[in-house]
Design a protein around this ligand. Structure first.
Ligand code: NAD
Length: 358
């Protein structure tokens, strides 16, 4: 038996922040990163809180480390919020998830409303049961996995994404594509996760480059915001794979931004999973057939599965080049000596990562 449940209420499009008006007589803790406060973006949230009592915890940094989660728990202990709002990219949302979940002994988390407001279009964390936390001492990233981490509400308002610089738009947009493609070829994929993944992929191929070229293009921004959420729903149902397993290891050891690590790996992982190089088998793999189907949906079609998979890989390379993305680790300023010394550690971490083994 398979199942398809969505716990999180999704509000999207212009004016969706008005959902916050419905919060009444409650203490609100906003978990965010310093940019949201410095840029004034946080006022878009505060303006909709109808003068509720609030506190702001704005210490979140990319790839949030355990130490910041611990200070967040201290904040919860002192303030005892009834609502937690996570405002920011995947790092702020993941940190808020971990803070909330690890505060179980301090507050009854079932009574706390958890609202996620993404400000990047990438991770889909607003609708997933994952939270990725970094152990800086060990140089590792851990995906925590539990349905208790799912937000109650996700608000997708493109107004908050317009300030994302082009290179972060590229990184996070490629994260969307990687989520959707890994979910699509997962052995846990179903018609339901496929529907979500296919839509995320077609939107990303049409709108990512537009959002990259013109950050103020509200239509492209909202489309990518929706695609990110659709891809999150898809991989939350079907899980991810080796691409993410290696990306987490690269992020923990070499501090490469998550979406960028995924983007560098993606063409290679597609080729590996499709198993088409030197093809001489009787039947194409499950992954090859599914990648070929994506090629067909994107209009890159070829009746030959091997050619169709190659066309998809070419299209991804073209998209990454058009966004001036680094295509190799050396273009991310990773020295080959550095890589050689960490090679076996990265391989072990990737093989044991929750995304690789599910
Ligand atoms: P991020 O949250 O780390 O943010 C990257 C940078 O973008 C930060 O400097 C931040 O201040 C800035 N930023 C965010 N919003 C902005 C805005 N509107 N305008 C200008 N700058 C803005 O980046 P991310 O890619 O969204 O999240 C990455 C993290 O999420 C990684 O730790 C990754 O492992 C994790 N992740 C989680 C899931 C999940 O399901 N929980 C899935 C994929 C990735």
């Amino acid at each position: 038996m398979y199942s398809f449940d969505i716990k999180t209420k999704i509000r999207f499009g212009e004016g969706s922040l008005k959902y916050l008006n419905s919060i009444k007589e409650k203490k609100v803790l906003i978990v965010t990163d310093p940019f949201m406060v410095k840029s004034g973006a946080i006022n878009k949230i505060l303006d909709n809180l109808n003068q509720l009592e609030y506190e702001i915890f704005s210490d979140i940094v990319p790839d949030p480390p355990i130490e910041i989660i611990v200070s967040g728990i201290e904040k919860v202990k002192n303030f005892k919020p009834q609502v937690i709002i996570a405002l920011g990219g995947g790092s702020a949302i993941d940190a808020a998830k971990a803070i909330m979940n690890l505060s179980k002994k301090i507050i009854n988390i079932e009574d706390v409303e958890f609202i996620a407001i993404p400000t990047t279009s990438g991770t889909g964390s607003e609708v997933t049961s994952f939270s990725v936390i970094t152990d800086k001492q060990k140089g590792t990233k851990y995906p925590l996995v539990s349905d208790e981490l799912l937000p109650d509400v996700a608000i997708l308002d493109s107004e908050l994404v317009k300030t994302v610089p082009d290179f972060i738009t590229a990184d996070t947009g490629m994260d969307v594509l990687t989520h959707a493609l890994e979910a699509y070829v997962s052995t846990n994929a179903t018609d339901f996760s496929d529907a979500l993944a296919e839509k995320a992929i077609t939107i990303a191929f049409e709108y990512l480059i537009k959002a990259y070229k013109d950050g103020e293009d509200v239509v492209a921004r909202q489309k990518m915001h929706n695609a990110s959420c659709l891809a999150g729903l898809a991989f939350n149902l079907a899980s991810l794979g080796l691409n993410h397993g290696i990306a987490h290891a690269l992020g923990g050891k070499l501090h490469i931004p998550h979406g960028r690590a995924n983007a560098i790996l993606l063409p290679h992982i597609i080729e590996y999973n499709a198993d088409i190089s030197g093809y001489n088998q009787r039947e194409y793999s499950f992954a090859a057939k599914k990648f070929a189907n994506i090629s067909k949906i994107l209009g890159l079609s070829s009746s030959n599965i091997r050619v169709a998979v190659k066309s998809l890989i070419n299209e991804i390379n073209k998209l990454e080049k058009s966004m001036n993305m680094p295509m190799t680790l050396s273009q991310c300023k990773v020295e080959s000596s550095q890589l050689t010394s960490l090679e076996s550690e990265i391989a072990t971490l990737a093989l044991n990562d929750a995304c690789t083994i599910t």
